[in-house]
Design a protein around this ligand. Structure first.
Ligand SMILES: [Fe+2]
Length: 207
């Protein structure tokens, strides 16, 4: 008699039907670190670093999204240049998000990922859903950068103290340097200088 179904060596039925709607217990809870890769970093160090990196991740994801909001909602005569600048900074923040998240995973931790979890964790002020003027957009972005730069410096020093040179390097070379440069690019837009006609100097006026 021929078999109707293929069977594996263990007797399980082999079928082309996908298994949908599957759920199971987590394989690792958030806030823990798993067994160490051979990184020569003790568990308490990896626990502290992954917690701090998750804060930095939540704030970086929030800043990333604030850039996209600004990119879409910007209005005014400088629409085009800011539309492009915001998207450039967004792309750079996307890279940072991935680097931070993967650093957390390689240290044995669990990266934050979903918007609701990020919203509960971030220290960056929530903007309204509606559109805001350019100076307000710029101020919000700079304020978000300030939060990230502050925590980056603190985290880099702590990583160095604990001997986690990889985290120190990531935070200084990638996160801090990128954020500092983006702060400069944004801040120069908030300097009030004449657009077409130079202001007359008092010396010239007095002559
Ligand atoms: Fe776009």
């Amino acid at each position: 008699m021929t078999k109707k179904h293929n069977e594996t060596a263990t007797g399980d039925r082999v079928t082309a039907q996908p298994y949908f709607h599957q759920r199971a217990l987590e394989i690792q809870p958030y806030g823990t670190v798993n067994h160490a890769l051979p990184l020569e970093l003790e568990q308490p160090v990896r626990l502290e670093m992954t917690a701090e990196l998750n804060q930095l991740l939540a704030d970086t994801i929030t800043l990333r999204d604030l850039y996209k909001k600004s990119h879409w909602q910007v209005a005014g005569p400088t629409f085009y240049q800011l539309h492009l600048l915001y998207d450039k900074h967004y792309d750079e923040q996307v890279e940072l998000v991935d680097s931070i998240a993967e650093r957390i995973q390689l240290l044995g931790g669990v990266s934050l990922a979903m918007a609701a979890d990020v919203a509960e964790t971030t220290q960056i002020e929530r903007p309204p859903r509606g559109r805001e003027e350019i100076p307000v957009q710029l101020s919000r972005l700079i304020e978000a950068h300030r939060v990230i730069v502050g925590e980056s410096r603190k985290l880099a020093r702590r990583a160095s103290e604990l001997g986690d040179d990889g985290t120190n390097d990531l935070v200084v070379s990638e996160v801090l340097r990128t954020n500092e440069l983006q702060i400069w690019f944004l801040s120069e837009h908030l300097v009030e200088v004449p657009l077409v006609k130079a202001r007359e100097t008092s010396a010239k006026g007095a002559a």
